[in-house]
Design a protein around this ligand. Structure first.
Ligand SMILES: Nc1ncnc2c1ncn2[C@@H]1O[C@H](COP(=O)(O)OP(=O)(O)OP(=O)(O)O)[C@@H](O)[C@H]1O
Length: 229
């Protein structure tokens, strides 16, 4: 049973063409995969459907076999706890410390301060940011800032992590470091779906790759096939 399933999903924005057309695929628990394709191929749209930032025009997106079309109102926030999101520009609060940025999702949930502190310390260490808790994001390097963004996405222990061009602003060495960090997540049970147009980086990771072309799923390449190329 997949953690995420797209069943013949199409998405058409008002006045536009199909941004996604009849897309079907399944993501297993603990699987890491990439989604790639040209600019405008529909990568961001696909990730938005998972976060309930957009709704499909046709077809169904299922999370844990639950049709997301039925998730409305207060249950949208509950669903978003299960999906951690990492952005290209990390979207950190620049006037808040690393600690506060990472703690934010738990504060919003009303978790006890002691429990928040324990969790933040744990994830900050895991992301290699130990000792930087009091720093402001502007005092950190680009790679460190992105790791704070990943820590914030992971703090609520989501079942799935989605990332839209998470290394878009980083140099090749830092990009590889961040990718290795993502690759370490599935062994803890988190599935990871990363949109990237950096084909070199994607191929190096030797994971499953979904290829979008004008909204259609043009290819679904297994790690074994990738190794053969
Ligand atoms: N809010 C919107 N309203 C109308 N059309 C949109 C909207 N968002 C995206 N589109 C269109 O949908 C198509 C897919 O866009 P999307 O952003 O999903 O592509 P992408 O693969 O993420 O591109 P990029 O790599 O440039 O970010 C494009 O033709 C885009 O112009």
């Amino acid at each position: 049973m997949g953690i995420l399933r797209f069943d013949n999903v199409s998405k058409r924005y008002a006045g536009g063409q199909d941004a996604l057309a009849e897309v079907s695929f399944t993501v297993e628990p603990g699987e890491m995969l990439f989604i790639t394709g040209h600019s405008g191929a529909g990568k961001s749209t696909l990730l938005k459907l998972i976060q309930l930032a957009e709704r499909p025009s046709r077809g169904a997106v299922l999370f844990d076999e639950k049709n997301l079309l039925k998730v409305r109102g207060r249950r949208v926030a509950m669903h978003r706890r299960d999906v951690g999101v990492v952005y290209q520009d990390h979207q950190l609060l620049t006037d808040r410390s690393v600690y506060e940025n990472v703690a934010l999702p738990l504060i919003l949930r009303g978790m006890r301060r002691g429990e928040i502190g324990k969790r933040v310390r744990g994830i900050v260490e895991r992301m290699g940011l130990g000792g930087r808790e009091k720093a402001l994001p502007t005092q950190l390097s680009a790679g460190e800032q992105q790791r704070v963004g990943i820590a914030r996405a992971l703090i609520g222990e989501p079942r799935l992590l989605v990332a839209d061009e998470p290394t878009g602003n980083l140099d090749p060495t830092l990009s590889a470091e961040i990718m290795d960090l993502f690759a370490s997540l599935p062994e803890r049970g988190t599935s990871v779906l990363i949109a990237s147009h950096d084909l070199g980086l994607v191929k190096r990771m030797k994971k499953r790759v979904l290829v979008l072309d004008h909204g259609r799923l043009a290819d679904d390449i297994s790690p074994e096939d990738l190794a053969d190329e």
